[in-house]
Structures are given as C-alpha cells and as structure tokens.
Design a protein around this ligand. Structure first.
Ligand SMILES: Nc1nc2c(ncn2[C@@H]2O[C@H](COP(=O)(O)OP(=O)(O)OP(=O)(O)O)[C@@H](O)[C@H]2O)c(=O)[nH]1
Ligand SMILES: [Mg+2]
Length: 411
C-alpha cells in the first residue's frame, strides 16, 4: 500500500461471484475499465480471488474482488465454493454474475441464499445480454441486464452498486468522538527493532488523522520521553494512547488522573468487538479449571490479520505465548493462522486471540467474532490480553463507561 492510498480495510469491498464462464472477469474489466484479469472461454480461468483497489465513481475508494467461478463439480468445485465464501465474509456488496442465455442455476440460488444469510446486499447482473435476441425487461428490483463485451449498462451497474454500498450509519471514529476540539492527546509509539523502517504503522497513522479531524492536537512520543513530556506539556492531556507492548511502563509514567488506553482497545471498538473482547480475555483466569473437564491442555488460536508486519509476528508468535504461560502458570497449546485464512470450525479451541486487525475490514472482523460467538468460544485481541495480564485493563477501558461497568459487575 502506498502512503497516499486509502487503507484497504476502509474501502468498500465489492465481490463478483457466479458460475464459471458467466463473465465475472469480463465484467470486472468492464466495470474497472482496465484489462485487470484474464478472460477466456475455458471454464475455470480464474483460479484464485484477485483484488484491485481503485477509485470507482460514483462510489470513491473501493476494493474490487474477482472470484473463481463456483460449480458443483467434484472436490475442486468444493474448494472453489469455500474460497468464494471466504471472499464473501469481507464483501460489502456482492455482484452475482449470471449468463443471461442460461439463467440462474441451482448453484446461483445457493449463492443468493448465502448472501441473504450473511446480510450482504447484492445485485444480479445478467451478463451477455448482447447474445439475447432482444433484451428482456429487468425482472425484480435487484437485477440488471449487462454486456461486458459490448459495455452495455455498465455505468448503470456501477450506480446500482454504489446505491447498495451506501449506508445510513454514522461514520465510525477511532477516538474523535471521545475527545473535544482543542484537547491534547499524547500517543506513545516505541521505535524498536520490530517497528517498520522509516514510517508508522497504519493504526497509528489513522489515529493521528482522527485526532486532527476532531480539531485536537496529537503529541507523539516514544515511551522514554513520556514522563518528561507530561511534566512539561503545560496542559493536562485528555488522553494517553499507547502501543500495548509498553503498556506497563506507560501506565506507571502516566498520572492516575490522566485517562489511558491503547491503540488495540480503540481499534477493537472501531471494528465493533470491544465488549466481547473484554469479556473473552477473562477466559485466561479460568484456564486452569479447564483441565478438570478435559484431560488435554487448553488450546489457544492466535490469529493474525496480516502476513507482513514483523511487529505483529513477534508479539503473536513469541511474546504472547510466553506471557500467557507466565500469567496462567499453565502450558496451553498454541495454534496460529494468518492473513485471510480463518478456520470455520473453532470447536477445538478454548480462546481465539486476534491481532489488532488493522488490515481487515469491519465486516471480516465481525464475521470472525460471530464465528467464535456462535460456537461459544471466547474471542479477544492482543492488546486487551496484554492489558489484562498486566492488571491495567480496567484503567484502559475507563474511557468507555459501559465497558468498565460490565467489568466491575463481574468483580
Ligand atoms: N457475448 C458475450 N460474451 C461474453 C460476455 N462477457 C464474457 N463473455 C465471454 O464469456 C467467456 C467467459 O468469460 P470470463 O470473463 O472469463 O468468465 P468468468 O466468469 O470469469 O469465468 P471463470 O474465471 O472461468 O470462472 C469468455 O469467452 C468471454 O469472452 C458478454 O457480455 N457477451
Ligand atoms: Mg474469471
């Protein structure tokens, strides 16, 4: 991702689904007006999902995802269906591409059912309308006749997609809604060997942006400069936000009357799972009891949303397992996943520990959290776990009274 681009997690994700050869790739090329993906008359040309970020008028920044065609032929077919479902978990608007000559198949009906189940708004694009003797009247609200090769009705399709993507929900804020214009907010960002060279990571950039949009001031320091900065800043900061890795030091150096939280906690709220994450982490306190009902050790799944942040990697693979062992005095078993993969069946785990998920869009994070909730498995994130282990969770969620109240009810 370039520094000037909208983060992909914030783009509207538009997925193209349908049978092999329906013309999904052709339609992606027509909609984007680029030769983005390979098109051919061989069934199964697209074998893996292909994504492309772009500005799509009238919508703005989007991520277009072409998927392999589904078909119910054998094991390969099943794998393709699973891939399509994976893409669907992060799709904000689905386009079902149907060959207008053949019409909807049972597999298309299955997809429609899946869209409805997952609450994904969709439009059916009957493609290859140029091959019809005469274009039929569109039947039903959510369908449109198009021709990818003749570029017929493509602008209309884009407008329909844009209309589906529009939501009336207020724009989510990272911290802007809990600070006031003129406030000072101090951000603590360690620059250690795990930090990426020459830049800040995405959640840090986004938080600074959010503070600026709220007409407040962001003061950015490393953990070693925090104490002196707080002494000399001349005005009490409204909030200190820290990287979770230095939570303990920052908590000690921040006077008790200054609210403190972490990037992780803010992002858990931003992605909609703070309350369940705060509940989920308490599983660590009963991990010992688990062995009485199950002879094996507790199993913890550590899920990373991205594959390329060395910082996350170090925390997820090395530090968290060590801290959890120290905190619980137990030897839980750890399993790891990263990137777009996330097991549908979580039943063999006792806790899902997710990264800050800065690279995943809200829909995908909610989906993962819902998977865990449906199966009754606690779900939390790295930073909340660190705060809990270090005994500063209550302090760091105190800026959210509902969450704090729930924690205090439970003692
Ligand atoms: N006549 C006509 N042919 C089209 C149209 N759109 C696609 N085709 C043809 O249909 C065939 C399949 O197109 P693709 O875009 O590769 O289809 P796909 O759905 O991506 O197929 P898979 O990747 O195999 O799942 C190609 O030969 C295209 O040229 C259209 O609007 N009109
Ligand atoms: Mg294709």
């Amino acid at each position: 991702m370039g520094l000037n681009e909208t983060p992909s997690a914030n783009r509207v994700h538009i997925g193209f689904f349908g049978l092999r050869n329906a013309g999904k790739s052709s339609l992606v090329n027509a909609v984007t007006n680029q030769d983005l993906v390979i098109v051919s008359d061989v069934k199964g040309t697209t074998t893996d999902p292909v994504s492309k970020s772009m500005e799509l008028l009238p919508l703005g920044p989007v991520l277009i995802i072409d998927t392999p065609g589904i078909d119910d032929e054998g094991a390969l077919g099943e794998l393709r269906v699973r891939r399509a479902r994976q893409v669907l978990n992060k799709t904000d608007v689905a386009v079902l591409v149907v060959d207008a000559l053949t019409g909807k198949s049972p597999a298309d009906e299955d997809l429609i059912r899946l869209f409805r189940d997952k609450d994904v708004p969709f439009i059916i694009a009957y493609n290859k309308s140029d091959l019809l003797e005469k274009a039929p009247e569109p039947t039903g609200e959510n369908c449109i006749y198009v021709s990818a090769t003749k570029k017929h009705n493509i602008e209309e399709l884009k407008e329909r997609i844009a209309a589906l993507a529009k939501t009336d929900e207020p724009k989510l804020q990272i911290v802007g809604d809990i600070i006031s214009p003129g406030d000072f907010v101090v951000l603590v960002i360690p620059i250690d060997k795990a930090a990426p060279k020459g830049r800040l990571i995405l959640p840090q950039q986004q938080t600074i942006r959010d503070i600026l949009e709220a007409d407040a001031a962001a003061v950015v320091v490393k953990e070693f400069e925090l104490r002196e900065t707080l002494e000399n800043i001349g005005k009490k900061p409204a909030l200190v936000i820290t990287d979770s890795q230095v939570f303990a030091k920052v908590s000690a150096d921040t006077p008790a009357d200054i609210p403190l939280t972490s990037f992780s906690i803010l992002f858990a709220r931003y992605k909609g799972f703070l309350a369940s994450a705060v509940r989920g982490v308490r599983m660590l306190d009963s991990i010992g009891e688990k062995t009485s009902t199950n002879a094996g050790a507790a199993r913890i799944l550590i899920a990373e949303g991205c594959t390329h942040h060395r910082q996350c990697d170090d925390i997820g693979r090395v530090k968290l397992p060590r801290w959890i062992k120290q905190y619980t005095g137990m030897e839980p078993e750890f399993a790891f996943t990263s990137g777009g993969e996330f097991p549908e069946d979580l039943s063999s785990y006792d806790l899902i520990l997710h990264c800050g998920a800065c690279m995943l869009n809200e829909r995908e994070v909610r989906y993962r959290e819902a998977c865990a909730a449906d199966q009754g498995i606690p779900f939390t994130n790295y930073g909340i776990t660190i705060a809990h282990i270090q005994g500063i969770l209550k302090r760091s969620v105190a800026i959210f009274p509902n969450i704090l109240a729930e924690l205090e009810d439970e003692g």
